[in-house]
Structures are given as structure tokens and as C-alpha cells.
Design a protein around this ligand. Structure first.
Ligand code: HEM
Length: 476
């Protein structure tokens, strides 16, 4: 995209309204009209994709709801540039959950790369992912083939199967298995892990949630004060015990990197439960949901590509086989382009800045909060044709590859790599592999399927209503 360097630098348009009152009425508008309308109406009103507005939760949860929103593909990437934005304590936005939910520590996601422990924890995660890379495919297949067995029996008995519910349980088992070689259900946790995780996640995210309860109750209990952390104390303790035992080898490595065992355990819990489990809860239903709404011909093409590549590898799902699946990769990218699993990104301007959008250049002052609503960057019609449409093969071929850099679900362009010096998702490659493995496992088993797709808290709800088993004998 061309630079606007010859443009005059303007003040950012928009208004925060009357302190205290406007943030509350904005919050109501945001939750009850929906986020897309909330942002679009301000873009339209001020005729700018860089605009001042309030973000939820506002009073009393956040001391300052005022942000400069960057709402197109050109302005959004300022949030990835850690020389321009400070990422300290902004992971969840304008409020930060109490550190009593994380053992008193500020975990990696809340650290700016300038803080010494950021590099230590991120390196620890890189080391775990590298040391367990050969475990990912077999543990995924093992856990998710059991999921599909269950799905088939639910369809036979009830005529439908809730993918989200199955995915919650399976993803948690898979993550423990893949990262630490210890399935949580084989430990004292038994099958209680996912519900404990969900409660703990809720305590951190409730300020940004709406559950469809009467407004007055939601305002009072979800959006005004933080819920007390003692509600999940025993859940956290049980999860902590699992990590302190299952991750013993990784914790030895943490000590070598200069982290205390305690701080490392809280960090591994957070990275596994919040970042990974929380991510997979949204990512996998998102991918399956988009495939369900696509043409049967896309299913056919995926089945052919996947089965062909696996056959070439002697019937095995290998890293090599997956790497050859261009359409499979494209359907995953397209799902996270349409619905980035983490939709909001934030950062404080480190200095006075000029932020460029497609149409203008705007002054931002040191210390101001920049905020991005990612779907407006990844559905930008100036970058993507038919931007609001799910086009499964969008990223296939030479032309398609040129667009990959605009896929930014990981808090950075898909063409770049996470490092200890940036804030890009530590598990970028793992996540894209897992997304593809879901598609691979699915189309090795089935030719096509149908599902009802709706919305839940932070993503899609997918209820599978029919599965057509693979007609040709497929390999595994
Ligand atoms: C950071 C998305 C899975 C570990 C991030 C950020 C995003 C993201 C958007 C940047 C947040 C910000 O600073 O504004 C996702 C999604 C996932 C996922 C959509 C889907 C499954 C994982 C997994 C791990 C992980 C599996 C496991 C290690 C992290 C860590 C950070 C991070 C540690 C902070 C990076 C840093 O401080 O430099 N992720 N993530 N994420 N993610 Fe992921």
C-alpha cells in the first residue's frame, strides 16, 4: 500500500462525549447493537477509518475507555510495531484482570518485550513447542478421531452433535498430551479440566461478554465490577497442580532460562489454558462453521487434495503431506480472515505518532491508547475482493499468496515470525497446523457434511446434523 506522506496530517476525528455517562451509553450500544454496527456507525459519521471512540467495558471496570481506533488494513498494523506501541498490561484492553487470577504474576501476554521476563517466558514456550513438534500430529489424530467417533454415535442416537462441546473436552486433552505428554484425564483432574478452565477464563473476560441475560443484570454483574477471584480459587489450584506435575521437564528448562518454577508454572497454565485452550475453543468451530456454509464442491476439492497428499506419503498424515495441501491452508486462512479468533488489539503510543489510513494521516499523542478491531482490517474491501464473502480458495496460487501478508490473526502478518522481541502469537505455526489437521482429519473420514451455524459468546456455535462417510477408501 502506498504511503500518504504527501498528505496533510490531521487531528483524529471523533468524540468521547461526556465522561462517565457517554462511555456507559456507548457500552450499552456496543453490546446490544453489536460490535460491527458500533464501529461502522462511527466510521460513517466521521468519514474516517481512524477515529476516536470509547470501548467497553468503561466505568468502573476501566479507568479510561478512550481510544484511537484503527479500522482498516492500512492503519491496523501500527499495533504490531513495538517500537511505536507499548504492549504492557493491554492484552485484554482498557482493563486488566487481577493478578490474583494468575498467582500474583503478570504473565507473558501482559508483558512488553522491553521487560526482561517477556523473552524468558516466550523462549520457554518456543522450546516446548520445538521439543514436542513430533507429538503434534499423532496426539491430534488420536484425540480428534475419538471426537469424530463420538460425533457419529451422537448423530445416530440424537440426529445432531454439538461440535463446540466435544471440541472443548478434546482440545484440553489434546493440549496436555501434545505439550507435556500427559493427558489431563489420566491425572487427578479427571474430566473436570475444561469446566474449571472455562470458569477461570470467564472471570477474566466477563467485562467483554454478553450472555443474553436481562440488561440490568449484565450491567451489574458482568460489566461494572470485576467478579472476585476467590470464586475460582479451588479450580485454579487444581489446574496449577496438574501443570506443576505434568510440565516437570519444561519447568526444569524454565529454571535454566532464569525463571522461578512458580512463575513458570503460572505462565504455562496461562499459555495452555487462556492462549491455547481459549484460542482453540474459538478457532476450530470457526473453521468448521465456515466449511459448513460453503459449497459441496469445496468439500470435494478438499477431500481430493487431502487424500491425494496423504496417499503420496504412503497413507500417512505427515508434516510433508500437510505442507502440500494448498487449498487446506487457504480455507484455514480464510476462516481467520473472516473471523479472527482474537478480534481486539491494543497498545499505547510510545511517542507522538502519525498513523496512516487509506485516506488520511492522523496525529496520535504519546500515551494515547490505540485500538484495532481486526475484522475491519481483514475484511477491508480495498485489499480483498468480495471482502465479506468466505472464498475458500482465496489464498491459492501466485495471486492468492500475495494476500497472505494481510492475514494477521496472530497479531502480525502471516508472512512474519514470532520472536522474543515482538508480540506476535508464540504458537503461530502450531495454530495454523492444528487448524489444517482438523480439516485433514475431517475429510479423510467424510466426503461432506451439514451443520447449523450460530453465534456464541466469542465465536461460532456449530451443531453437526449430518455426515457423509468417505466413499472412496481413504488412507490414514
Ligand atoms: C499472543 C492469538 C493460540 C501463546 C497472541 C496474540 C494473539 C493471539 C492475537 C496477541 C495478543 C496481543 O498482544 O494483542 C491466538 C489465537 C490462537 C492462539 C487466535 C488460536 C488457537 C496460542 C497458543 C499458544 C499461544 C496455542 C501457546 C503457546 C501466545 C502467547 C502470546 C500470544 C504466549 C503473547 C506473546 C508475547 O507476549 O509476545 N495470540 N493465539 N497462543 N499467544 Fe496466541
Amino acid at each position: 500500500m502506498a504511503s500518504n506522506s504527501d498528505m496533510t496530517v490531521e487531528e483524529v476525528p471523533g468524540s468521547y462525549g461526556t465522561p462517565f455517562f457517554t462511555p456507559i451509553s456507548d457500552r450499552l450500544e456496543f453490546y446490544y447493537q453489536g460490535q460491527d454496527k458500533y464501529f461502522q456507525s462511527r466510521v460513517d459519521k466521521y468519514k474516517s477509518t481512524v477515529v476516536r471512540l470509547n470501548v467497553p467495558p468503561g466505568p468502573f471496570m476501566a479507568s479510561n475507555p478512550q481510544v484511537v481506533a484503527v479500522l482498516d488494513a492500512k492503519s491496523f498494523p501500527v499495533l504490531f510495531d513495538v517500537s511505536k506501541v507499548e504492549k504492557k498490561n493491554v492484552f485484554t484492553g482498557t482493563y486488566m484482570p487481577s493478578t490474583s487470577l494468575t498467582g500474583g504474576f503478570r504473565v507473558c501476554s501482559y508483558l512488553d518485550p522491553s521487560e526482561p521476563n517477556h523473552a524468558k517466558v516466550k523462549q520457554l514456550l518456543f522450546n516446548i513447542l520445538a521439543s514436542r513438534k513430533d507429538a503434534v500430529i499423532p496426539t491430534f489424530r488420536n484425540n480428534f478421531s475419538a471426537l469424530f467417533d463420538t460425533m457419529e454415535s451422537q448423530l445416530a442416537s440424537d440426529g445432531k452433535s454439538d461440535f463446540n462441546a466435544l471440541n472443548d473436552n478434546t482440545s484440553f486433552e489434546f493440549l496436555g498430551d501434545a505439550y507435556y505428554g500427559v493427558r489431563p484425564s489420566d491425572t487427578e483432574l479427571g474430566t473436570t479440566g475444561p469446566s474449571r478452565c472455562t470458569k477461570w477464563l470467564f472471570l477474566q473476560l466477563h467485562p467483554l461478554m454478553t450472555l443474553g441475560l436481562p440488561k440490568i443484570l449484565e450491567e451489574l454483574f458482568l460489566h461494572t465490577f470485576p467478579l472476585p477471584s476467590f470464586i475460582v480459587k479451588s479450580d485454579y489450584k487444581a489446574l496449577y497442580k496438574y501443570f506443576s506435575e505434568a510440565a516437570a521437564t519444561a519447568l526444569d528448562n524454565a529454571e535454566k532460562l532464569g525463571l522461578s518454577r512458580e512463575e513458570a508454572t503460572h505462565n504455562l497454565l496461562f499459555a495452555t489454558v487462556f492462549n491455547s485452550y481459549g484460542g482453540m475453543k474459538v478457532l476450530l468451530p470457526g473453521i468448521l462453521g465456515w466449511l459448513a456454509t460453503s459449497d459441496k464442491s469445496l468439500h470435494e476439492r478438499l477431500a481430493a487434495e487431502i487424500r491425494g497428499a496423504v496417499a503420496e506419503e504412503g497413507g500417512k498424515v505427515t508434516v510433508n503431506a500437510v505442507a502440500k495441501m494448498e487449498l487446506t491452508l487457504s480455507v484455514v486462512y480464510e476462516a481467520v480472515r473472516m473471523d479472527p479468533p482474537v478480534k481486539y488489539q491494543y497498545g499505547h503510543a510510545k511517542e507522538d505518532l502519525v498513523v496512516e489510513s487509506h485516506d488520511g494521516a492522523y496525529k496520535v499523542k504519546k500515551g494515547e491508547m490505540l485500538f484495532g478491531y481486526q475484522p475491519f482490517a481483514t475484511r477491508d474491501p480495498k485489499v480483498f475482493e468480495r471482502a465479506e464473502e468466505y472464498v475458500g480458495d482465496r489464498f491459492v496460487g501466485e495471486e492468492g499468496k500475495q494476500l497472505i501478508k494481510y492475514v494477521v490473526w496472530s497479531n502480525g502478518p502471516e508472512t512474519e515470525k514470532p520472536t522474543v522481541a515482538n508480540k506476535q502469537c508464540a504458537a503461530k505455526d502450531f495454530v495454523v497446523l492444528v487448524g489444517r489437521l482438523l480439516v485433514v482429519e475431517f475429510f479423510l473420514r467424510y466426503d461432506t457434511f451439514e451443520a447449523d451455524v450460530g453465534n456464541v459468546l466469542l465465536g461460532s456455535q456449530v451443531t453437526v446434523t449430518s455426515l457423509t462417510k468417505a466413499s472412496a477408501s481413504s488412507s490414514s
